[in-house]
Design a protein around this ligand. Structure first.
Ligand SMILES: *Cc1c(COP(=O)(O)O)cnc(C)c1O
Length: 379
């Protein structure tokens, strides 16, 4: 039968051969999936088929969720539209109106805005406390507390949280524990394996690794992940197939990238210690046997000129994010920590002289030289 031009234009013949097997999984850039007949459609609802509609599930987004879950040693993972939506889906899988969360006080700025600015509108209360103090965490727990939330390595002061302790507090008080593992990555740390119930990642950072994708992943306990998945579907927080595909590509090279990132960061941190003009170098002492991460923060002396420092950075770019292949710097009080109350910033030591460095995979001596000359000029 010969169709009209406009019908043919839409339904052109697709030449797909069943035996065409590509080395890399194709991008299923489709909003929905085709069914042969009503029995075939019914088989989706019977759980015999995986794909119906991309907001619900898609082979590429599934790969990213499962890929990260596998590395974390967790039974299930779901990819989402961003790190923040992964956090929201995880939180809402545990709490509802009338519930309470205890969170660490030096959260990533975006997470702080979500917790302090949005969740109260849904009737969810959050207390912010110092997670290095067991007493403070336990004293903040109320009868309606459901969730303990922290970051494995905090931002920008790079404090390493005691996740073992957190897991024990959670167990003792029958609370769900949730950790943002973005800075450490599964390469360095796998919180699920030490008893944390939910682990989230901004895959925008080291998982994607090339600064070209915004994505998130949540992994963890199967029962909670089923709820988190429902939130992602119902809130429309799904990840697009192409972004998921980029995330999967990043995941493949994560360990080699991290190895180099971590080595360069350790070298930079040691080289900047004791340099005239630098008051403090923040670099974690122990994250894992594989190293201590790729972020270094420095506090310049009061006498130095921060503006001149930033202006003198040569090839190092000022970018308010982290985890790219290139070395970049950010100014926490001007960007990520703008929304954190001044009193909390003071207490934590997030000062106007603080600079956060995301160490890239370039030659380590070039990186050190770029910072040393910038500090010198700022004196
Ligand atoms: C970037 C980041 C987030 C937010 O992730 P997005 O992908 O920007 O939504 C959350 N936590 C940490 C630690 C981050 O660095």
């Amino acid at each position: 039968m010969d169709f009209h031009f406009d019908t043919k234009a839409v339904n052109f013949p697709r030449k797909t051969k069943g035996d065409t097997v590509s080395k890399v999984k194709p991008i299923y850039q489709t909003s929905a999936f085709v069914f042969e007949d009503l029995d075939d459609l019914e088989s989706f609802y019977e759980g015999k088929k995986d794909y119906l509609y991309t907001r619900v599930s898609n082979p590429n987004t599934d790969d990213l969720g499962m890929g990260v879950a596998d590395l974390e040693g967790a039974p299930k993972g779901v990819a989402t539209s961003s790190g923040l939506s992964a956090i929201l889906a995880g939180v809402l899988s545990v709490v509802k109106a009338g519930d309470h969360i205890v969170a660490c006080e030096d959260l990533y700025g975006g997470t702080y805005s979500l917790f302090a600015g949005e969740l109260p509108d849904f009737g969810i209360e959050v207390s912010f406390v110092d997670f290095t103090k067991k007493d403070e965490v336990e004293n903040a727990i109320r009868p309606n507390t459901k969730l303990l939330y922290t970051e494995s390595v905090t931002n920008p002061l790079l404090r390493v949280e005691d996740l073992q302790m957190l897991s024990e507090i959670g167990e003792k008080h029958n609370l769900v524990t949730m950790v943002d593992n973005t800075f450490a990555t599964p390469y360095l740390l796998q919180p699920y394996r030490i008893g944390i119930d939910l682990v989230v990642h901004s895959a925008t950072k080291y998982i994607g690794g090339h600064s070209d994708v915004t994505a998130g992943v949540i992994v963890g306990r199967e029962d909670l992940l089923a709820k988190a998945k429902a939130k992602v579907i119902n809130l429309g927080a799904n990840l697009s197939p192409f972004e998921a595909w980029l995330g999967c590509r990043g995941l493949k090279t994560m360990s080699v990238r991290m190895e180099r990132h971590v080595r360069n960061a350790a070298f930079l941190a040691s080289e900047l210690k004791g340099v005239e003009g630098i008051k403090n170098v923040y670099y974690p002492e122990y994250v894992s046997e594989r190293g201590n991460g790729a972020m270094v923060s420095i506090e310049l002396d009061e006498g130095t000129d921060v503006k001149t420092f930033f202006k003198s950075l040569d090839w190092v770019k000022i970018i308010p994010t982290l985890a790219g292949l290139d070395t970049t710097v950010s100014y926490p009080i001007g960007t990520s920590h703008r929304t954190i109350p001044e009193s909390t910033r003071q207490k934590l030591g997030i000062t106007k002289q603080l600079v956060r460095i995301s160490v890239g995979i370039e030659n380590e001596n070039d990186i050190v030289a770029a910072f040393k000359q910038a500090v010198e000029k700022s004196l």
